[in-house]
Design a protein around this ligand. Structure first.
Ligand code: BG6
Length: 481
């Protein structure tokens, strides 16, 4: 890898920090998402929400058992210990998000909460101590609940101003941060509109129309924030982020190939808008055909065209297959998606297909399409781990996953792909975004907490910790155990 290649991991505030009501923090959409025991592929149940469920969650104001993101892994109090462990692995980068509700508890305040600013200032100082470059996501499934309740989230244009105000406060107070990502997996509005954009489906007559509208407002906000970042922090680089849902045709039947092409065009389009600066014509025609009419002004189009992103980041976990007639397909789970199962691939305990070649394909496809620097900001696997009586975790399955994926990454780079770095999801066990389980473990570091929040919260190095340490020390040369 090139000498500035960024090695590290990624987390999100709502999945790690806990302390959901401490030091003035407001409730976020993540704080009302219930624990879901399901380990199968029924992701719609995992992410569904109703107005009644939100009211119930708000009444259970102190409950951290059913609402695990309220407790996270207690990073709010343990971030120094965690950063020290990341430094021990040799991290040169850590992706975090800034909880909007720590700075603006309802989203409508005019000035940020000093305690929230102070917390992140301390965190950035700690990262600096170890020369770890922060990669900061401004919006990662944790917008103020108040904005969801009052405005139906990003369905309302006024959200743009609130988000710009929050972003401006971040740029003002954290000028040492060079790399910013505006919206985590921006395309995910179409799959889980509440956690991505604060849209409460039962308040919405035409959900699809509202989802595309919200996406448009996020594009405008992202362009405004990109402009602002460039003005306020001249050396900053701003990235878009896509869920790379690599999908293959289930067969060589041209009808299956066509169905797959349509899915992939939809998956790419949010990146097209943010990287190229305009809506693809095929998408505009799709809107027209499906009576999707958006509030999209000339000024919006101008902003989107002028303030495109500097790099494209993406998450990659698995691949799927598609067919013209999906009723004949065996379905399996994926990253907040259900799709056809690929019989050539093995799956994780959560049903996600393990496909390292798909990562190489994704890198080549994305680079060929955009010719922009790419950044892998999430890649990893969830698994049940066992902590032995002498506090070890022998996670050879995780090492095998990363070894295969990093081999694919190196092959793509050798073919010419421009890659800024590689961040694992997640370097430490955390609360799952979709199910809020702790038992779906991703980390190189084990956190002693169970699905009910019971445990010491002590951290333990897994076997994969030492493996990743060696990978980083050799700049990716040595991937073997
Ligand atoms: C990505 C998200 O979609 O996938 C993360 O950006 C999330 O927040 C990750 O944790 C893995 O998904 P899950 O549902 O297994 O936590």
């Amino acid at each position: 890898m090139h000498e500035d290649f960024l090695w590290g991991g990624a987390v999100a505030a709502n999945q790690v920090e806990g302390a959901f009501n401490v030091d003035g923090k407001g409730l976020s959409v993540a704080d009302v998402m219930r624990y879901s025991y399901r380990a199968d592929h029924d992701y719609k149940k995992q992410v569904q929400i109703t107005s009644a469920a939100i009211q119930q969650a708000m009444q259970q104001g102190q409950d951290t058992t059913q609402y695990p993101k309220r407790r996270g892994i207690d990073t709010y109090h343990r971030y120094k210990e965690d950063i020290k462990l990341f430094a021990e692995m040799g991290f040169t980068a850590l992706r975090i998000s800034i909880a909007w509700t720590r700075l603006f508890p309802t989203g409508e305040e005019l000035t940020p909460n000093p305690a929230g600013i102070a917390f992140y200032r301390q965190m950035f100082a700690e990262l600096k101590k170890y020369d770890i470059e922060p990669i900061v996501t401004l919006s990662h499934y944790e917008m103020p609940l108040h904005l969801a309740l009052v405005y139906n989230g990003w369905a309302d244009r006024r959200l743009i101003d609130y988000f710009v105000r929050f972003s401006q406060a971040c740029f003002e107070n954290f000028p040492e941060v060079k790399y910013w990502i505006t919206f985590n997996e921006i395309d995910s509005i179409m799959r889980h509109p509440f956690t991505s954009a604060g849209i409460i489906p039962d308040r919405t007559k035409n959900l699809v129309q509202v989802q595309f509208q919200a996406l448009h407002y996020q594009f405008v906000a992202s362009a405004q924030v990109t402009k602002l970042a460039h003005e306020m922090i001249p050396e900053s680089q701003v990235g878009a982020m896509l869920t790379k849902l690599t999908t293959y045709p289930n067969s060589a039947n041209p009808k299956d190939v066509l169905a797959t092409l349509h899915k992939n065009i939809m998956n790419y389009f949010p990146a097209d808008v943010q990287v190229k600066g305009y809506y693809p014509k095929l998408i505009l025609d799709y809107f027209a055909k499906h009576q999707i009419v958006l509030d999209m002004t000339d000024e919006d189009k101008q902003l989107i065209a002028t303030h495109t992103v500097d790099f494209l980041s993406f998450s990659y976990y698995m691949s799927l297959v598609a067919a013209e007639n999906e009723s004949g397909l065996e379905m399996t789970g994926g990253n907040t998606i259900v799709g056809g199962k690929n019989t050539y691939l093995k799956t994780t305990q959560w049903g996600w297909s393990v496909d390292p070649v798909g990562l190489r394909i994704s890198l080549l496809e994305l680079y060929d399409r955009y010719q922009k620097p790419l950044f892998i900001v999430e890649n990893g696997m969830g698994a049940h781990d066992v902590l032995t009586s002498d506090f070890q975790v022998h996670d050879d399955y995780r090492i095998a996953y990363f070894e295969a994926h990093l081999t694919a990454v190196k092959q793509a780079v050798a073919e010419g792909v421009e890659l800024m770095g590689y961040l694992s999801w997640a370097p430490i066990d955390l609360v799952s975004a979709s199910t809020s389980q702790m038992s779906k473990r991703y980390g190189f570091i084990y956190v002693d907490a169970d699905d009910n929040g019971k445990g010491t919260y002590n951290r333990y190095r897994k076997d994969s910790f030492y493996w990743y340490q060696k990978v980083i020390a050799t700049n990716g040369e040595n991937l073997t155990t």
